[in-house]
Design a binder for this molecule. Structure first.
Ligand code: OXD
Ligand code: MN
Length: 589
């Protein structure tokens, strides 16, 4: 007899909370997920029968399914995202804030009876390798079968979480109700003090896969500050040299600025024998190790990546990763049940259905795939998945790289003078906005440490936490800034990017290992003309390198004024070090 859907824990804290939420939401059925293969099969079939998923061409894409979201619900909604702390100052001026009691009342009123006629799925999940001192348990209750199937890819879902939890009450409580998926009734709310998340009115990944942005970053950053570790919006990768030397780096770029591509980089032919290993593509949890270095784990188990622009040139490993067992959301659907998006390999299909299910041809004016259309794919599919992926201790980080999408001003790469200066560099990241969040496309906004939408407390205090971490590290990582998106006056990209970023990465690794040159500039240490290997790079000369590394003092004067805006906003909580660093930069310029 099948035991699918039955409860598998005696943890009374879990049982009590589930009972409370069942009484509130009044679902017709409660289904406890165990994470098994059998359960996946059954729920996938059910999702197909309900029309939530479409089975794709199983010869071309084995195990792959397709989902279209409500057209009003295709990206993170920062304006509906709240941090509910006792005081507004705790959440800080970069977050929406609401008093916890008031917000809970409003959300409970919305959720009351909200699952009538529906099934509540209970998802136990683990963020991080089993047994890791950094791993955290979450429990998500949702009425979306799409969420269940995505969470199964993105986290270690099922009984593994209950085993890690034992009889403890230390787990994140997450309630998700679709309701009528209406923007007026859409709230993504975090209660850091109670380790609680309530998300209603959305079905979009970033708003509803609660382990990801909500727990791993917003609640995670709050817990990290309390407990002396770091929860960051960073990829983690390992660079292996032909002699087998491995160096790990973490990198923070704002959403949809190429973290997944960077994390899965394939070195160009010039770097034969070099290998890049992916540990993670979006989130890093890091803590000081006994040896005084900073160790990082990736709490996730899969990739929730942006599809448009992904192809065999920009990210061959992603193409292999998403060839099976993947859920595609809001891409285009071809007549033979294959998927397509702008920037995929090969010519566009003669005809297909766009992300809203409307007929599309190459003559159509609108895009076939939504610019924020996504794939959800298991990390295990990645041919370059780091052997250290499951290591409970994580990997030692030698460099932290900050980056943004900037057409001007920011050189290809520079190294900060020291940790405190590096924190200033991270705190002042600017980036052109992308489709990952609703609104403001293309405008430069300050996105400190790429955490603006994800910091679960006052950003000024977050900078202070970064500064304090320095004291707990004997060997702090070196800090760098990169910009792969600089353009010339005609709007053409100055740097080829993608696999060629290996050349920048090699300089970074060599700097960490004390064997690469640089010269001092007002911004930090910059590679000289000889220091970036250009061998085998077609149509790119030493003059081009000069251009992409150039520091224009006039542009920097303007940049300083733009940076000032954020500091004024955060002034009451801004650590003095940030103001001193700014003064030093002004003096150097
Ligand atoms: C993401 C994001 O989905 O940052 O990773 O929006
Ligand atoms: Mn992200």
């Amino acid at each position: 007899m099948s035991t699918l859907g039955t409860c598998n824990t005696t943890n009374r804290h879990v049982l009590n909370w589930v009972n409370e939420m069942v009484a509130l939401c009044q679902p017709d059925r409660v289904f406890w997920c165990n994470g098994s293969e059998e359960e996946k099969q059954a729920l996938t079939e059910q999702a197909v029968a309900e029309g939530v998923l479409i089975r794709l061409n199983q010869e071309k894409l084995p195990g792959c399914y397709y989902h279209r979201s409500n057209p009003n619900d295709v990206a993170r909604v920062e304006q509906c995202t709240y941090i509910c702390t006792d005081t507004e100052a705790e959440a800080g001026p970069t977050n929406n804030w609401a008093p916890p009691k008031e917000m809970k009342e409003r959300l409970y009123a919305l959720a009351r009876g909200g699952m009538k006629g529906r099934t509540m799925y209970v998802i136990p999940y683990l963020m991080g390798p089993p047994g890791s001192p950094l791993a955290k348990v979450g429990l998500e209750l949702t009425d979306s079968i799409y969420v269940v199937l995505n969470m199964r890819i993105m986290t270690r879902m099922g009984d593994v979480a209950f085993r890690q939890l034992g009889s403890s009450e230390d787990f994140n409580r997450g309630l998700h109700c679709l309701l009528d998926v209406h923007p007026d009734r859409r709230y993504i709310c975090h209660f850091p003090r109670e380790n609680l998340i309530i998300s209603v009115g959305s079905g979009y990944g970033g708003n509803v896969l609660l382990g990801k942005k909500c727990l791993a970053l917003r609640i995670g950053s709050y817990l990290a500050q309390q407990q002396g570790w770091m929860a960051e919006h960073m990829l983690i990768l390992g660079v292996e040299s032909p002699s087998g030397e491995k160096t790990f780096v973490a990198a923070a770029f704002p959403s949809a600025c190429g973290k997944t591509n960077f994390a899965m980089l394939v070195p160009p032919p010039r770097f034969e024998g070099w290998k890049i290993w992916t540990v993670g593509d979006d989130i890093a949890w890091m803590r000081p190790g006994a040896d005084g270095r900073l160790y990082a784990i990736n709490p996730e188990m899969g990739y929730f990546g942006v599809a448009p622009g992904t192809n065999a040139r920009t990210n061959p490993n992603a193409m292999r990763t998403i060839a099976r067992d993947t859920i595609y959301t809001n891409v285009a659907l071809t007549p033979d049940l294959d998927v397509w998006w702008e920037g995929k390999d090969g010519p566009p299909p003669q005809e297909c259905l766009d992300w809203q299910g409307r007929r599309w041809t190459p003559e159509s004016r609108e895009k076939a795939a939504h610019p924020n259309s996504r794939f959800t794919a298991p990390a295990r599919n990645n041919p370059a998945l780091a052997p250290e992926f499951d290591d409970p201790n994580g990997v030692p980080i030698s460099a932290i790289i900050f980056g943004g999408r900037r057409a001007t001003t920011m050189p290809l790469v520079f190294e900060a003078f020291n940790w405190v200066h590096g924190v200033f560099v991270g705190a002042t990241i600017g980036s052109e906005m992308t489709a990952a969040a609703v609104g403001g496309l293309g405008q430069v906004r300050r996105d400190p440490m790429a955490m603006l939408p994800f910091c679960g407390y006052n950003m000024g205090d977050y900078f202070r936490h970064w500064l304090r971490m320095r004291k707990r590290l004997k060997y702090p990582p070196r800090i760098f800034h990169v910009n792969c998106f600089r353009r010339d006056a005609e709007g053409r990209f100055l740097w080829p990017g993608f696999g060629e970023n290996m050349r920048v990465l090699k300089w970074i690794v060599d700097r960490c290992r004390g064997r690469a040159n640089a010269y001092e500039t007002p911004l930090g240490w910059v590679p000289g003309p000889e220091d970036i290997d250009l061998t085998g790079l077609e149509n790119f000369t030493a003059t081009d390198l000069e251009k992409v590394l150039d520091i224009d003092i006039e542009e920097w004067r303007r940049e300083l004024i733009l940076q000032e805006e954020l500091f004024l906003k955060l002034y009451s909580h801004l650590p003095k070090e940030m103001i001193f660093q700014r003064e030093l930069l002004v003096a150097r310029l």
